[in-house]
Design a binder for this molecule. Sequence first.
Ligand code: MN
Length: 229
Amino acid sequence: MSSFVFAPPATASVPVAGRSERFPVHRIYCIGRNYAEHAKEMGAAVTPEDPIFFMKPADAVVCDGADVAYPPATMDLHHEVELVLALGQGGRDLDEASALAAIWGHAVGLDLTRRDLQAKAKAKGAPWDVAKGFDASAPIGAIRPVSETGVLSNGVLRLDVNDQLRQQSDIADMVLDSAKILMALSRFYTLQAGDLVFTGTPSGVAALARGDVFHATFPGLPELRGRMI
Ligand code: MN
């Protein structure tokens, strides 16, 4: 048995609805521009044949009910409410059947974005990492296993901030559905059990400020609540 020069960091994890065991997080993948109306509000085109992928660190997860610290180095933090896939198996070059079989559960999440830093990166043709992959950038609700819901392909994803509607769209409007996202992603990476995949945000992205209370919902999934501090 190997030992370490200091105690290894804790494994990031997310609660599972109705279970005491937690879902251990391996990686967090995200897709960009996966709803046409959101691509339009960002002044971009959708390119289903060439999807945009990016990542967040596993320990960026913040669980339901926790306060979220407003991140440094931004004047324009944005919310992006998203359906999240939680994988129970992985692989490379997945076909549709193996992509669907890889989905262990679903959750509701926020892809928090430093929009000002993203705009700067886009202008320079630079990577999006500091805009997307920062500490506490992935608030997520508890995961509900597909054994209880089946793979979700429609239903209204919704985000309210301070009890005001901000984002609302049917996930049937995704440009690439869940299976197609995993098929495309697995061309670039070996997917593994424990991976979380944020499936893109509908239109209505806007700023979050300290003190704002967010509430994200999807029918049949545990809600996500939190407060910016
Ligand atoms: Mn997003």
